[in-house]
Design a binder for this molecule. Sequence first.
Ligand code: SIN
Length: 271
Amino acid sequence: MSEFGKIFEGEARADLLQPNGGAALNEALLEAGVLCLRGAALSGGDFLALARRLGEPQAQLIREHRDDEYPDVSIISNAHVDALGDGKRIVLGRHWHTDDSYFAVPSAVTLLHANCVPAGKGDTLFADTRAAFDELPELNKNIINGRQAIHKYKSRRNVSPVPHRTAEEEAETPPVSHPLVRTHPETGRRALYLNPNRIDHVAGLSLEDGDALLDELLAFATRSEFVYRHRWQAGDVVIWDNRCTMHRVEDDFGSAPREMMRVLLKGAVPV
Ligand code: SIN
């Protein structure tokens, strides 16, 4: 059984950080689903170079979160405010989600670099949606195989606040339809494709039945046996595969500074 949420330190980490380490890093990621290069402590430029060894960066939708020097790097910080909304602080990603599922072509992989983390707080939890799909009762598999869900930037089931968009950002993110079960383009493994924060409804079901189904799938996919909790250290690089995982940040750190650099990598249309 593969280790979901594998931490690489020392020589193993150094090998994966080598300029020619991209293939080995991708292999490790495909196996682990989520991995950490403990204490890599990279500059913005080196972090972006590492990301480029795995794929092509995809700029973050919200322009305001893009880094000034490296626009393919975005900053995730609890100092963010919803500038176009109520102007209040906004903690991004505090409910289960997979990155950018509201795009027709969602990001394949995300890399996060911990610039600054509050001691013992602000863990990120990851759910292995391959393992969850494998273990799902046949009855549920029969209901969801071949079924689509409609994803929206701001869905009717939205539970975690999302920043208001500019008109340009809104035009880039119309509602999209994705399968509830997707097949990984590189491993061929099937996984649940859920984004509780962005799925608006399940196609072909009443809202009531669709909501009940989504609630049941979420409860199943986030059972403790499928979840890895990452306890951050400054300088950690955590990389996850959005094609077979969900994640959420533990919103327990109040105003203690927490800042990450993030790079999203381009993916393919989920099938
Ligand atoms: C994210 O949801 O992409 C960021 C998670 C985190 O801040 O730990």
